[in-house]
Design a protein around this ligand. Structure first.
Ligand SMILES: C[S@@+](CC[C@H](N)C(=O)[O-])C[C@H]1O[C@@H](n2cnc3c(N)ncnc32)[C@H](O)[C@@H]1O
Length: 244
């Protein structure tokens, strides 16, 4: 098993396609899956490092909510050594966190890092100067999104930042179809077949609930953030930064 394992989870006809879960089979191919499925993923990660270098305050906490294998944690901690900041990386998939521990051990860092197996809706956020939710809020039930964002706002120090990366929904539906098609074309160019694309879509559509960019911005404002803006978008994938 290694990080170059190719994602072929949806390559063969599945009959009834099960709802997507972050289980061991997904963990085993996750780096390949996310890189070939999310346009701009590596750019977003690199700029999480850049934002960390600008926003992470001395003696504060950084949170990586829905950390998976720790890619955002690795990006942040490479840019914040010497500040006595601590990273708290949280995920509710124990298979993800087990592998994450191995990944983090293979990229040594002086930055203190805690791995927490927990629902991010239960995570206590305090003394935070940076919170990252890269492609995680979209999996949180709708009713829990406002309380989660309010909790993050309350736990951020003044001047701290929240980074949220998400798949977006567009209106009118014709625009959503166009941007979805462009995303599928991206996946074809990454080597996914039409069968893989359509079975993955069926698997994830009841699990990943995307919202419009306007809905994200308005909710961030309603939760207290005075400034919130997208800083990256490619097709129907976007990353936003919000400052307290
Ligand atoms: C698409 S992956 C995130 C990718 C990761 N942030 C990165 O940049 O590589 C979503 C992750 O969020 C986790 N997750 C989803 N809902 C969660 C919740 N309510 N609490 C904790 N983790 C959650 C999943 O287990 C999964 O590992």
């Amino acid at each position: 098993m290694n990080d170059s394992n190719q994602d072929n989870l949806f390559a063969h006809p599945l009959g009834v396609v099960p709802d997507f879960v972050f289980d061991q089979a997904v963990v085993d191919v996750f780096p390949d899956m996310i890189k070939r499925s999310v346009p701009g993923y590596e750019t977003i990660l690199a700029h999480c490092g850049e934002l960390a270098s600008r926003y992470v305050q001395a003696d504060s906490h950084c949170y990586d909510l829905g950390c998976s294998l720790g890619a955002s944690t690795v990006a942040m901690r490479s840019r914040i050594e010497g500040r006595n900041a601590k990273i708290i990386a949280v995920d509710n998939s124990s298979a993800m966190l087990d592998k994450c521990a191995t990944v983090l051990a293979s990229v040594p860092s002086a930055v203190n890092t805690d791995l927490v197996n927990q629902d991010i809706c239960d995570t206590v956020i305090n003394n935070a100067s940076m919170v990252v939710m890269n492609f995680t809020l979209q999996f949180v039930p709708m009713a829990q999104r406002v309380p989660l964002l309010k909790k993050i706002y309350a736990g951020l120090n003044p001047g701290g930042c929240l980074v949220i990366s998400e798949k977006l929904y567009f209106e009118p539906p014709s625009l959503n179809t166009l941007l979805g098609d462009l995303h599928h074309q991206f996946k074809r160019a990454q080597g996914y077949s039409d069968l893989e694309i359509s079975q993955k879509r069926d698997s994830i559509e009841n699990v990943l609930i995307p919202e419009t960019l306007d809905a994200h911005i308005q909710r961030l404002r309603a939760c207290g953030f005075q400034s919130a803006s997208p800083w990256f978008q490619c097709f129907n994938f976007c990353s936003l930064v919000a400052i307290k």
